[in-house]
Design a protein around this ligand. Structure first.
Ligand SMILES: Nc1ncnc2c1ncn2[C@@H]1O[C@H](COP(=O)(O)OP(=O)(O)OP(=O)(O)O)[C@@H](O)[C@H]1O
Ligand SMILES: [Mg+2]
Length: 509
């Protein structure tokens, strides 16, 4: 029998006291798409980091085409044809798209000068080959998360001659973009590239994978076929049957917290790709969870960030009221004074200080309220931290370690917990469960519903249609900066999609 393209055997890795991998065997065939699933913290990213030369394993071996290999850094892995799209994208926000694509392998002219026109031309060609219309001269930091993801993918593709590791590549993508990505993956695998595909979106598995390996707690919990029933996948994943994913709606609605009537945000300076809110009408009441649906570019993130004062500089006009009073939401300070909190879709850029301890990150935003003089009261800090760990089941239960050492999904829980600690009245959420495993998702939904039950109003943007339909009391559809339709709880996903794509008559909410 031929040796597989890649074989990893008995891989062990620990970080300080945390055993991330406890003896993992994993293999990959040429031309195969192998899905790697598991709960947050199961060890998926760590295993792939070992493969990609980021971490040296404590024990275990790797072989490519049957020949033992050992990578002491990512460059060596790349040289062997192994490329990674990391969960937390490794792009440089201040550099433009072309510069990011050629980072470390810049094209030069005689004399050592950067050949910027050539890099831009080639960058354009590479994006066009995949039907992607992205301006290669824009700084990556100005792109939407979805577009950044696409740039990271294109960048990795240029290295991936043998193995492509994709760590949650679709977390930020919308339905259409996921399809395009799958088409790219199929093309690569048909050419013999082996692909490791990590995702928390279980519904993608039968569509794209040839084989499935599930990890749990640093070990391989089992291998199944991609067409295994979802219930079986979930059982392997979490080690127990899962109850209802979406909590029951409470239905008790209080005062009107947020009222937008033909609201428009006028940025001082327009920015290409930033879809300013142009005509938005919607209400959020106490106790209510209102969803925002829309395709990428519809302006969901822009609406949330403009309400929180973190979008472009500019001003609102039309009707904008919080708690029955007209407000000018033009700065974070104004938003916070109005009781608004915001969880961005950009963990790395906005939410967390990755080198700081989990505990410190949690209490950062509430320091003024729990310690009025600016000094931290250790007792109150400890109490707040304990509450967060319990409420959101942050794992491992080690408040002293750096947030950057948590798995992606657990970082997301920290971001949510941190905003809740500030006791907001209106919570704005952008893709709140991105990268969160099925079990933890259910817990987050339950927590959000519970908080709504206590009077919090929630406005949540999501690209996951089942999440919007399952979680929300009402769903408002945005298109090109305008609210174009509204649906009640339990509405049909297809009807919402049709409205988002402009294939249904508009109904003003
Ligand atoms: N650099 C590090 N320092 C300390 N602990 C780490 C480090 N990297 C990972 N860990 C720990 O190793 C365990 C496995 O983490 P890993 O990131 O591999 O999980 P994952 O399966 O990718 O989860 P997710 O789905 O949330 O991304 C976790 O307990 C994590 O906290
Ligand atoms: Mg991970």
């Amino acid at each position: 029998m031929n040796a597989p393209l890649l074989a990893m055997t008995g891989v062990v890795k620990s970080f300080g006291g945390v055993q991330a991998l406890r003896g993992v065997d994993f293999d990959l065939k040429a031309g195969e798409i192998h899905a790697l699933l598991g709960e947050n913290g199961a060890g998926k990213s760590t295993l792939m980091n070992v493969l990609a030369g980021v971490h040296a394993p404590d024990e275990g071996a790797m072989a490519i085409d049957g020949a033992p290999v050992r990578f002491s850094n990512p460059r060596e892995a790349q040289a062997a044809g192994i490329a990674t799209i990391f969960q937390e994208l490794d792009l440089v926000p201040g550099l433009d798209v072309a510069a990011n694509l050629f980072l470390g392998r810049e094209l030069t002219r005689p004399g050592g000068f950067l050949d910027v026109p050539a890099m831009r031309r080639q960058a354009r060609e590479r994006l066009e080959a995949l039907d992607l219309a992205i301006d290669v001269e824009r700084p990556v930091g100005e792109l939407s998360i979805g577009h950044r993801q696409v740039v990271a993918i294109v960048k990795a593709l240029s290295y991936a001659s043998r193995v492509l590791i994709m760590d949650e590549p679709t977390a930020a993508l919308t339905v259409g973009e996921v399809e395009r990505l799958f088409a790219i993956m199929r093309r690569l695998s048909a050419g013999g590239v082996g692909i490791v595909y990590i995702s928390h979106r279980l519904e993608e598995v039968p569509e794209i994978a040839d084989r499935v390996t599930v990890m749990r707690d640093g070990r391989v919990a089992g291998e199944t076929r991609p067409d295994a029933p979802q219930a079986e996948l979930v059982r392997l994943l979490v080690g127990r049957p899962l109850e209802e994913l979406y909590p029951r709606r409470a239905g008790r609605v209080g005062r009107r917290l947020l009222h937008l009537r033909d609201a428009r945000f006028r940025p001082v300076r327009e920015r290409a790709g930033w879809q300013a809110p142009r005509r938005i009408s919607l209400d959020v009441h106490e106790g209510e969870i209102v969803g925002l649906a829309g395709v990428m570019g519809a302006g969901r993130t822009e609406l949330l960030s403009a309400l929180y004062g973190t979008g472009l500089a500019g001003r609102w006009d039309g009707g904008v009221e919080v708690d029955g009073r007209p407000v000018r939401l033009e700065s974070i300070r104004a938003a916070r004074r109005a009781g608004i909190a915001f969880v961005t879709d950009d963990r790395r850029g906005g939410g967390l200080m990755l080198r700081m301890a989990v505990a410190r990150n949690l209490v950062m935003s509430v320091i003024p309220s729990i310690s009025p003089a600016g000094f931290l009261s250790p007792a109150r800090e400890g109490e707040a931290v304990r509450r967060s760990f319990g409420q959101f089941d942050i794992r491992p239960r080690r408040p002293e370690i750096a947030v950057g050492a948590l798995s992606g999904g657990n970082q997301q829980k920290v971001v949510l917990a941190k905003e809740i600690l500030g006791d907001p009245r209106l919570l704005l959420l952008d893709e709140p469960t991105r990268g969160v495993d099925v079990g933890a998702k259910g817990e987050i939904y339950a927590r959000l519903r519970e908080l709504a039950g206590q009077g919090l109003g929630i406005l949540v943007a999501s690209s996951e249609m089942p999440e919007l339909v399952g979680l929300c009391d009402r769903i408002v559809v945005l298109r090109e900066g305008c609210s174009v339709a509204a649906f009640e709880a339990g509405a049909d996903e297809h009807a919402i999609l049709a409205a988002a794509n402009g294939k249904a008559p508009d109904v003003q909410p």
